[in-house]
Ligand binder design. Structure first.
Ligand code: PLP
Ligand code: COI
Length: 354
């Protein structure tokens, strides 16, 4: 159990009015904890949200030794604040840490830190439908040193951002660009971790996709460039011939917590599910034959995001009739219902911030 010191701001900011957007507004406080080799993690504290001072030589700036997580706090109709499966974020954080030679954080400490800072800024959790408090834990390497090796000092920080839909279009289906030139990750690399470099590597394709009118990039595998992996900020699902199909976890894609929850729900509902390799050729053929019934992405920020159009080279595949499909809608309603306390928590996924 961490002994977290709390220092409250004497200059609370005005709460946002009007549309929140995603990740633009930050609350009054943040959680900070230091790591020093030989001493371990120390000085856990909640302090006023403020800029950092770091050496320009800090290792994170040069070699990108950092990891991040993403989860949300929701305000229930009962006035309580809820988190969704934060233990899964804590576990995934440590899988990222292990791969990136960052010291691990005990899972219960990670969850305690999240709960503590959320509780301090609880009145920042927005209440309008489709909004939540996005929680961004991250760790950066802080040694002022230009040699390539694991840092001996780190900062673990949690910031909070009241947010609305990740995509400006909200629940309207988005267009996705299947990238045929750049790749994001390969097995044996860091694709399964949440680390900044994966997102830096994705930007060139994202700019290309945006310039052509698409919202996000769908990556193919880095070796054969043939099999579907995931989207820039979400995992991807297809409904093909009545089956819910998603790429299997293979080391190069992020094991999404929403992905896991969606698979669980579909199985619970008796829908056939498959985690396997899906080639882009299979998708094109399924779309042509009418077997491709729905496509949706899953993610903390993206929730359940219907996909209305997929482009691969010269092929533009229209999915459905331009509206959210029935399975996508049912998943959206169920996942958000559990998250916000509207539906019963049958699987023990919700935890209260106290
Ligand atoms: N894939 C990538 C690359 C992501 O950044 C995210 C977002 O966290 C996801 C998938 C979805 O993961 P989760 O459902 O845990 O948010
Ligand atoms: C999340 O959904 O939490 C993510 O980290 C996606 C992010 C790139 C916005």
């Amino acid at each position: 159990m961490l002994d977290i010191k709390i220092v409250k701001t004497d200059k609370p900011k005005a709460k946002p009015q009007g549309p929140l957007g995603f990740g633009k507004i930050f609350t009054d406080h943040m959680f900070v904890m230091n790591y020093t080799e030989g001493k371990g993690w120390h000085d856990p504290r909640v302090v006023p949200f403020a800029d950092f001072t770091l050496s320009p030589a800090a290792m994170v700036f040069h070699y990108g030794q950092e990891m991040f997580e993403g989860l949300k706090a929701y305000r229930g109709a009962d006035g309580k604040s809820y988190l969704f499966r934060p233990d899964m974020n804590a576990k995934r954080a440590n899988r990222s840490n292990e791969r990136l030679c960052i010291p691990l954080i005990p899972e219960e400490d990670f969850v305690q830190a999240v709960k503590t800072v959320v509780k301090v800024d609880e009145d920042w959790i927005p209440t309008e439908a489709g909004t939540s408090l996005y929680i961004r834990p991250f760790i950066i390497a802080t040694d002022p040193f230009l040699g390539v090796k694991p840092s001996e000092t780190y900062l673990f920080v949690i910031i909070l951002s009241p947010s609305g839909a990740y995509y400006e279009s909200g629940l309207a289906p988005v267009g996705i660009w299947i990238e045929d030139d750049f790749v994001r990750a390969v097995r044996g690399g860091v694709g399964f971790t949440k680390t900044g470099g994966n997102y830096a590597a994705s930007l060139a394709a994202q700019v290309k996709a945006h310039d052509s009118g698409y919202s996000q990039v769908l990556w193919l595998d880095g070796v054969e460039r043939k099999y579907i992996e995931e989207v820039g900020a979400m995992n991807i699902f297809f409904k093909i011939d009545g089956k819910i199909v998603t790429p299997m976890l293979n080391g190069s894609i992020l094991p999404g917590i929403t992905r896991d929850s969606v698979l669980h729900l579909c199985r619970h509902w008796g829908l056939p599910t498959e985690e396997r390799k899906i080639s882009v050729d299979e998708l094109i053929a399924a779309q042509k034959s009418g077997a491709l019934e729905e496509v949706f992405g899953t993610g903390t920020a993206a929730v359940i995001s219907p996909v209305g159009k997929l482009r691969f080279k010269d092929e533009v595949m229209q999915i459905g009739d331009g509206n959210i499909g029935p399975v996508s809608q049912r998943l959206y309603d169920t996942v958000t219902g559990i998250q916000t306390g509207v539906l019963p928590d049958e699987f023990g996924w919700r935890t209260t911030v106290e």
